[in-house]
Design a protein around this ligand. Structure first.
Ligand code: ADP
Length: 449
């Protein structure tokens, strides 16, 4: 069997450039696919950190946030167009069997292929977050090199603009998203963000494949960012990390207090406003919070006031800090993820692997990856965390209280930690599914001739 060649078109890739989970996926999936005999090459814009990592390249691009630019419509159309040209064989030496676009930034690639005259490879469009859709003015059409006919409801037109993600969803041979529950949610009016009609129409080619995490980067048994490494048979060692975390966040160094961690973008999606409202109850119950986050200025200000009000119980660090994220996973007792929607979510996967029990909203990938400690699951001994629904303060508070109730039964807590750490969060199973999907596409294409 010769390796299948896949060109992955991505706007960010760990460890070179990262704003969120998509970078982790783009960075880790190719390695997992190699084990399935799929050879992935990634097409990434030449941001300064990307070029600095290459020999002989010169930085001609702009620094900082990859998306904070007024000409994004042209920048990512260029990325998609180059992806399409490579798909059509423009490089000569390299021609992919399948092309794979990620999020709106790669969305035009399937459209470019569709309007190309030549035979082209099958395409996959993956939605990592439907909230970011990439809408740009109709006037761009000619400059983007798309035919006038493309501006149609069954083309790239989207509510009076050009929709990049819409284009990808319209023209890709297969659509995937990052968890089975999110695949269902995005087909409903409440979760579809304007695209549910199209997604329902394309339901037959839509599939949810949950993300994994890089289990070498996230390995509690060998993690340079922890005070001490540990594994499922040496869980006592976690206490050292908890103490280090409490010190780092200015929290009272008390092993008996349940320490909740948060690692998150500070955005409405992540339900941080709900968490703010739940904090007085959390503190009154004797628990602590260590939060690492960056984003919305209002949320930062509100969190800062909470930390001042509850010194010793609430500790906050603002900014993006990969190393500290590891210490929070390895030192907190539980990880809070109160997202309003969550396509997959990676932080709860890291939490499972590090034995920090996830307390999550029952949405998207959080629903698919955390086994709620309800009576039945506890009786069967399979629970790994706590889910709450609906995504409202009262339900979040109730879940925090349920976590505290289990915390008071240390053996039960330990048992759940062991379950959590044994849950498979790796890329192995999802990578197999992607590999199968690519092969199905190539086989269908070959049958059709
Ligand atoms: P999203 O992509 O919506 O932000 P995910 O849970 O899918 O959410 O992925 C977030 C990724 O970014 C995880 O790897 C998480 O550890 C990391 N992360 C988020 N915020 C921070 C932060 N402030 N510092 C360090 N890492 C962060």
């Amino acid at each position: 069997m010769t390796a299948l060649r896949v060109l992955s078109v991505v706007p960010e890739i760990f460890p070179l450039i990262k704003t969120g989970g998509l970078a982790d996926v783009a960075g880790a999936l190719p390695g997992a696919l190699a084990a399935e005999d799929v050879a992935v090459r990634s097409l990434v814009p030449g941001y300064p950190p990307v070029l600095q990592a290459m020999d002989g390249a010169t930085v001609v691009h702009r620094a900082d946030d990859p998306y904070a630019w007024p000409d994004n419509g042209f920048r990512f159309a260029a990325l998609s167009r180059i992806g399409a040209l490579i798909g059509l064989g423009a490089l000569g030496v390299y021609r992919p069997d399948v092309v794979h676009a990620h999020d709106w930034q790669g969305g035009l690639m399937p459209a470019y292929l569709h309007y190309a005259a030549d035979p082209h490879p099958p395409s996959v469009m993956t939605v990592h977050n439907l909230a970011y859709q990439g809408q740009f003015p109709t006037g761009y059409l000619a400059a983007l090199g798309l035919p006038a006919a493309a501006y149609a409801i069954d083309g790239v037109e989207y509510y009076g603009s050009i929709g990049y993600l819409k284009a990808g969803l319209q023209f890709a041979d297969r659509i995937t998203t990052v968890s089975p529950t999110y695949a269902q949610e995005i087909c409903t009016p409440s979760g579809g963000m304007g695209l549910d009609g199209l997604l329902r129409a394309r339901h037959a080619v839509l599939e949810g494949i949950r993300n994994g995490i890089d289990t070498e980067v996230w390995n509690p048994a060998d993690d340079p960012h922890l005070a001490v490494s540990f594994d499922v048979d040496r869980l006592e060692a976690r206490a050292v990390n908890k103490a280090a975390l409490q010190t780092r966040f200015g929290l009272e160094p008390d092993a008996r207090r349940l320490l909740f961690g948060v690692v998150s973008r500070l955005a409405s999606q992540k339900g941080i406003d709900l968490l703010l409202e739940a904090l007085p109850t959390l503190v009154a119950a004797g628990a602590q919070l260590a939060l690492l986050g960056a984003g919305d200025a209002n949320l930062e200000a509100a969190l800062r006031s909470m930390a001042v009000l509850h010194r010793g119980s609430i500790g906050i660090q603002f900014g993006y800090d990969e190393a500290l994220a590891h210490l929070i996973q390895g030192g907190s007792d539980a990880l809070l993820v109160p997202s309003r929607f969550e396509p997959c979510g990676l932080t709860q996967l890291c939490a499972l692997r590090y034995g920090a029990l996830p307390v999550v909203a029952r949405v998207g990938g959080l629903n698919d990856t955390v086994i709620d400690a309800n009576e039945a699951a506890l009786a069967a001994g399979v629970a790994t965390g706590f889910q709450f629904a609906p995504v409202e303060v009262a339900a979040l508070v109730a879940a925090i209280e349920r976590a505290l109730a289990v915390w008071r039964q240390p053996q039960q807590w330990r048992h759940m930690q062991r379950n959590a750490m044994q849950f498979d969060v790796s890329w192995r199973t999802p990578a197999r599914r992607y590999a199968a999907l690519y092969r199905e596409l190539v086989a269908t294409r070959t049958e059709r001739g």
